[in-house]
Design a binder for this molecule. Structure first.
Ligand code: CA
Ligand code: CA
Length: 175
């Protein structure tokens, strides 16, 4: 049984504007590059288990219902992140994405790592500027190349998409 919980303590809709190309792909507007006003803290756990950890580059995607999105490489250069049984915390500044509708991850290969997978446990996204917070028990292997593994908090389902937004697979969570 999987449990998902998300907490919206303050909801005021504000975000960056994204342009959309003819092929539907998203790109940041110039405003997104200058508005880095909010401080985020992201806490991610990696469960214990064989090969659950990774040395690949883990990117998080945070999106609201208007497709405003921030994408961030999660890497503390002073430590080996995303090892099995670990809890990693990252703090960064970026544009306001609120309320959050989807949280996603994708991997990019680092060095010559051939594993190409990571098991995401839980993820908590806190906006330290506004107090808004989202938590979910992701509990899923991130194990396909060039695919973003999205969790949709509104529809309570996972959606696997290519980077230009084509749906590869989706499945609803049964609580
Ligand atoms: Ca690692
Ligand atoms: Ca690191």
């Amino acid at each position: 049984m999987r449990h998902f919980a998300f907490v919206a303590m303050i909801c005021s809709l504000s975000g960056v504007a994204w342009g959309e190309d003819a092929d539907g792909s998203k790109k940041p507007s110039p405003a997104a590059e200058v508005k880095l006003a909010d401080t985020y803290r992201v806490t991610v756990t990696t469960p214990r288990g064989h090969d659950a950890g990774t040395d690949d580059d883990v990117h998080i995607h945070i999106e609201d219902s208007d497709n405003n999105e921030i994408i961030k490489l999660l890497d503390d250069t002073s430590r080996n992140d995303f090892e099995q049984g670990s809890r990693d915390t990252f703090t960064f500044q970026d544009a306001r994405i609120q309320p959050i509708e989807r949280i996603g991850f994708h991997l990019e290969r680092a060095n010559n790592d051939t594993n190409w997978r990571w098991k995401c446990g839980t993820v908590r996204v806190e906006n330290r500027t506004t107090g808004y917070e989202v938590f979910c028990n992701f509990d899923r292997w991130i194990n396909q190349r060039d695919v973003i593994f999205w969790y949709d908090t509104r529809l309570n389902k996972f959606v696997l998409e290519t980077k230009d937004g084509k749906v590869v697979e989706e499945f609803t969570i049964r609580n």
